[in-house]
Design a protein around this ligand. Structure first.
Ligand code: FAD
Length: 347
């Protein structure tokens, strides 16, 4: 029956046989690829292998040619590079012009981008112009094999209470943006080889209305998504003050502070620290959950961390089911002792 349904899905669709391959639109800043793009190459590799097709990457910017090789090391078979002074900083029109030109020429069946501020803007512009469908903010991707070759793009829906799987049967390419930290990048393999194709930028500076006058660097550079160590606090902290204690531990470990939604909703810490379904999805090497019970909406944001340590005074707290190591006790005793031990070891 399932086979029959798949065949029917394929029969209902137009003939898309001239669209083949999976393409990742790479996000870069100052010549460094965003981690979400590397994670997408890892996931895109799986999808391309399942469809028995090639994985392509599109790199746009100025002085970014070196990224082509990097994208191959992270899984791409073929990399399209558009490198021009007009493309130095992200602007919707010149970037979408390059994307549209490549997508119309190459005809990939699937196009994926990070659901970052840039990715959301660019993906929306491209999908509108092609035109095709776009599933934003996906957390799970899969494909149905030949003959339908449909992208199964899943994302939280209905106030994040359900997971909806969205298909794009009537248009190509099938487009999706995905959250950072959800997928895993492949190990960088410098023995991999691939093809690099140059794409000319056809848009002149005088045609571009938006001008970048200057960049104002943030004084505090805080990046939860890329942190290797996160010390996260929840309602168990009881107020904003104890977050200073967590910051001390995070500083001693060389990490950053995260939080549960309960702590954020209480106004104890800013939303940019929130981990979970309505916060950031993280994948650090070490995640220390302090005074966090382990609600499913929190777990979806951190369960892929390499090592999880939970500190909670309730031995039955659900977080212990997900943690690799658990410490049952009062966080107000454990955290200072842990910080002192880490500092002592450092000296
Ligand atoms: P609690 O569940 O209250 O847990 C506090 C824990 O602290 C308890 O286990 C307690 O035993 C422990 N504790 C208390 N005192 C101490 C002490 N002195 N020492 C040690 N341990 C102590 N939540 C998120 O985190 N992120 C999200 O993105 C998110 N999105 C959501 C989206 C939706 C649509 C909904 C409905 C909910 C969402 N939530 C999210 C909320 C989630 O369901 C939980 O309410 C929330 O995660 C609970 O936060 P908490 O674990 O800090 O608090």
């Amino acid at each position: 029956m399932a086979e029959e349904n798949k065949k029917k899905a394929a029969d209902d669709m137009p003939d898309w046989s001239d669209y083949r391959g999976v393409m990742i639109v790479v996000e870069q800043r100052a010549g460094k690829a965003a981690s979400v793009s590397l994670q997408l190459l890892g996931e895109g590799r799986k999808l391309a292998d399942k469809l028995e097709t090639e994985l392509m990457a599109l790199v746009i910017g100025h002085d970014v040619r070196h990224l082509a090789e990097e994208m191959i090391y992270y899984g791409a078979d073929k990399v399209y590079v558009s490198d021009a002074p007009e493309l130095k900083d992200y602007r919707t029109r010149p970037y979408s012009r390059v994307c549209l030109q490549v997508l119309r020429d190459v005809k990939p069946e699937i196009v994926l981008q990070g659901a970052t501020a840039t990715g959301r803007d660019l993906a929306g512009a491209i999908a509108t112009h092609l035109p095709t469908g776009l599933t934003a903010d996906c957390t799970i991707l899969d494909v149905e094999p030949h003959p339908s070759r449909l992208l199964l793009a899943s994302r939280p829906a209905f106030s994040e209470k359900m997971l909806a799987t969205i298909l794009c049967k009537q248009y190509r390419p099938q487009m999706a943006t995905t959250r950072a930290g959800v997928f895993e990048a492949l190990p960088r393999d410098t023995t991999r080889t691939g093809e690099v194709i140059t794409v000319e930028n056809t848009m002149k500076e005088e045609e571009i209305a938006a001008k970048v006058l200057r960049f104002i660097e943030e004084t505090e550079r805080f990046n939860l998504e890329d942190a290797e160590i996160i010390v996260a606090g929840g309602r168990g902290l009881g107020g904003p003050e104890p977050f200073k204690m967590l910051q001390d531990l995070a500083d001693a470990l060389g990490g950053v502070v995260g939080a549960s939604r309960a702590a954020v909703d209480a106004g104890w810490i800013e939303h940019k620290h929130q981990v979970g379904q309505t916060g950031y999805t993280v994948r650090p090497k070490l995640y220390i959950a302090v005074g966090i019970s382990g609600a499913v909406q929190h777990l979806v944001g951190m369960q892929n961390s390499d090592l999880i340590v939970a500190i909670n005074r309730d031995p039955d707290a659900p977080i212990f089911k997900t943690a690799n190591y658990g410490i049952v006790g009062d966080l107000f005793q454990i955290i200072p002792a842990l910080t002192a031990a880490v500092k002592e070891k450092r000296v």
